[in-house]
Design a protein around this ligand. Structure first.
Ligand SMILES: *Cc1c(COP(=O)(O)O)cnc(C)c1O
Length: 378
């Protein structure tokens, strides 16, 4: 059994993907080929935003957004404490200070109350200027944008949606990656929509930021690549990756997104009496980058993981360490409010196999094994 089965997906889509790659090879426009422009239009339409700008990976997408906003030294950027390292790393990369915010136990996403506390605390201390909020759509579930948008407006903060795991999710029938002033995603192979290497994209309705990001992405170009009006980076999506993503976006829209939701529904129905299952609040829709259950203790979680492993079932711990505990952030005054929910989650979460090609027999095996383990420790 695979945790995320990219081989089966390729077997299903092989004919179309091979053809798509072969086209790029014969055209030989490996950088900025027509497929990149087409994909950007398709993605912008799917998400429902004016601009989509692809780039080299989801980390660069965050960096490019911060560059467009001129995030710099003495700026405070509020980031959930329970997320992938890049959400905070890119803030420090720009010279700004990440202020880590606790999350909600039920959704794993940034807690609006903790966010408000952290902003007020920074204002009281008076050393940093609150500038932006990074809301992460963790495990595929959009963050609580109704409340977060309200807070962003109240304190005049920019809102960045880190939708690296959220692509395909929805809130009030609106797609993830449309909720930030700028939103970003990643096409790392294991994300909800993945390519065959690194890739990423930035989404916004703002013309000025879109122009800036298009420039920063290619060496701060002006009218052309050899007219350089600002210092930027080299962060493009390869034409081959765009061609692969065109095929995969189609499968994602046609059936993959529904398929993972079906797996999640079945897991939840069967497991909810045994472990704490993920909650999808009313009006929200997840793209199930992960299906993470919550155990009662670290000991129970580690015991279950061991038991699953013995039965040939892969599982993962996202994330074993809170952001504010990462060694790379130890010199920074980044933990100024209570972050205890994150610490609890790090000890107790476990992600189960989840992908669109997980068959019924495999799902049943996962469910049966968890039930057996939970009964054995009663
Ligand atoms: C994967 C991920 C990123 C970074 O994306 P890459 O394409 O790997 O650079 C950023 N934020 C979150 C929440 C992620 O899960």
């Amino acid at each position: 059994m695979q945790f995320r089965d990219l081989k089966t997906q390729y077997q299903q889509l092989k004919r179309e993907i091979d053809e798509s790659i072969a086209n790029v090879l014969s055209e030989s426009n490996f950088i900025s080929g027509i497929q990149v422009i087409e994909l950007e239009q398709q993605l912008a339409e799917y998400i429902g935003v004016k601009h989509c700008i692809t780039c080299a990976n989801g980390t660069d997408a965050l960096t490019l957004a911060f560059m467009a906003w001129d995030i710099k030294e003495n700026d405070a950027v509020f980031v959930p404490d329970f997320t992938f390292f890049a959400s905070g790393e890119t803030v420090v990369f720009e010279g700004a200070t990440p202020i880590f915010v606790d999350v909600e136990e039920r959704t794993f996403n940034i807690s609006p109350n903790s966010l408000r506390d952290a902003i007020n605390r920074v204002l009281e201390e008076g050393k940093l200027k609150p500038k932006a909020i990074v809301a992460v759509d963790l495990f595929g579930l959009p963050a609580n944008y109704d409340k977060i948008r309200e807070i962003a407006e109240e304190y005049h903060l920019l809102l960045l949606e880190d939708g690296a795991q959220g692509f395909g999710g929805m809130l009030h029938k609106k797609r993830a990656c449309s909720f930030g002033d700028i939103s970003t995603t990643s096409f790392f192979p294991a994300k909800p929509l993945g390519c065959y290497g690194d890739g990423g994209a930035i989404f916004t309705d703002n013309d000025e930021w879109a122009d800036l990001i298009r420039s920063y992405r290619i060496h701060g170009k002006g009218n052309d690549k050899y007219d350089n009006v600002r210092v930027g980076m080299n962060s493009r999506l390869d034409t081959i990756q765009a061609a692969i993503l065109q095929v995969k976006l189609n499968a994602f829209q046609q059936y993959e997104l529904q398929a993972v939701n079906q797996v999640a529904k079945y897991y939840t129905k069967e497991l909810k009496e045994y472990v704490q299952v993920p909650i999808i609040p009313e009006e929200f829709y997840s793209s199930w980058a992960q299906y993470s259950i919550l155990l009662e203790s670290r000991k129970q979680r580690d015991g279950l993981q061991e038991y699953l492993k013995k039965n040939g079932i892969p599982s993962m711990i996202y994330y074993p360490k809170a952001m504010h505990k990462q060694k790379a952030f130890q010199e920074i005054d980044c933990a100024i409010t209570d972050l205890s929910i994150t610490e609890i989650l790090c000890d107790r979460v476990l992600a189960l196999p989840m992908h669109p090609y997980l068959d019924k027999r495999e799902q049943d095996k996962v469910i049966w094994s968890i039930k057996e383990y939970m009964k054995s420790i009663k």
